[in-house]
Design a protein around this ligand. Sequence first.
Ligand SMILES: [Zn+2]
Length: 440
Amino acid sequence: MRICSKRFDDMNTSAQMTRTAQLALLVLACQMSAAHAFTATHYELDLRPDFEAKVLHGRAHIKLKADTNVSRVFELTSPTLEITGAQLNGRELAVEKSNTGWRIALTEAQATAANLDVHVVYRAKAADGLVFGAKHVYTAFHTCQWMPCVGDDLSRASVAMNLELPQGHRSVASGEPDAATGKRTQRWSQTLPYPLYTFGFSAGVFNEVAATPSDPRLRYLGVSDDDAALRAKFKESAQVLDFFEAKAGVPMPHSTYTQVLLPGSAAQEASSFSLIGKRMLDPILEDPQEDWVIAHEMAHLWWGNLITCATWSEFWLNEGITVFMTAAWKQHRWGEAAYQHELGLARQRWQRAKDANFDKPLSWPGDYPSLGVRRANQYNKGAVFMSVLRIEMGEEAFWNGLRRYTIANAGRGVTSRDLQSAMQASTERDLKGLFDAWVH
Ligand SMILES: [Zn+2]
């Protein structure tokens, strides 16, 4: 649009042209050269981790679709990658480093195309988004630190990853394992569009408890735990999955869900798997009720991954609902006291925001003074709100409302209004006052 406006201004300066003629020319000019912004619809990634050098060698094939007519430049929003080559529809490209990424200037023909294919060769070093151990590697949330991204990390696309690994290494990545997997290359693909921040992979010298015919949904990988230890620690996983499927009203959106047990204190959801640190899970051997990390990361399969906040200011829809659902699982499995204990912890943690004079509505769009205060609101106040809503609506209406919300929004970005309208449709009681007070 900007380009067309500029042309119109230029034409205004030319003398003796009727307005109708100007407009006709403007329309023609726009039709001929409306430059597009582009949205990535699919990423095909060839990835080779170098465990010695702690570097990931990558090739990305990005499929782009014309979006709106605003730009002759597009950017790969991955400033920390080292890009060593790029091609667009088979032609070499000049890519230029900027503060926010890598800028690619498009020719007029490229900018007006309906589709573009970009190939990028790159290297990613170990960083916040890419963690190497001696014999394993995993990605950590910051997707644009290990692959070239188009748009922000909430944008959705499909993805396939071909992992080239040393002999004996096992892997998991977003989506399903592909039958085309070769000897050295393990291929995973995900055809449903998911938010970029849920893309990931992990590979290493893992023990594996493969999905079995008795429960084909679950698979466990571990760095230092043998099969028996993995089975013992993830004993509850099948029941947790059954509970969330029933509450969601939507089956698990993948054929297999992998839980990877790693050294340290990871607690991370990815689209079709989770990364769990031993420090977070090993207490389960002493106390079976210490299963929160299994439940929390698994709840994200629906609330967070399949249904994702449309903006980060609505992040409570991912985390507040998940903290609440973890408490609801504990109530179902371990009883009322376990539920009240989880809600008590959430209230205590919410108090940190109150103490900092930063108790904001859940959809508050501004910045938070610290990660701790942000979490106090979005994780903990969010969970407390869900528990209040449950009391105010009553059991049947509340769970019907949550199911309605989950079914209606699967595969979408959501705002608090989507939750409110699903909940409102499930009860006679007017929820506006509650949502205004807590959320808006
Ligand atoms: Zn979470």
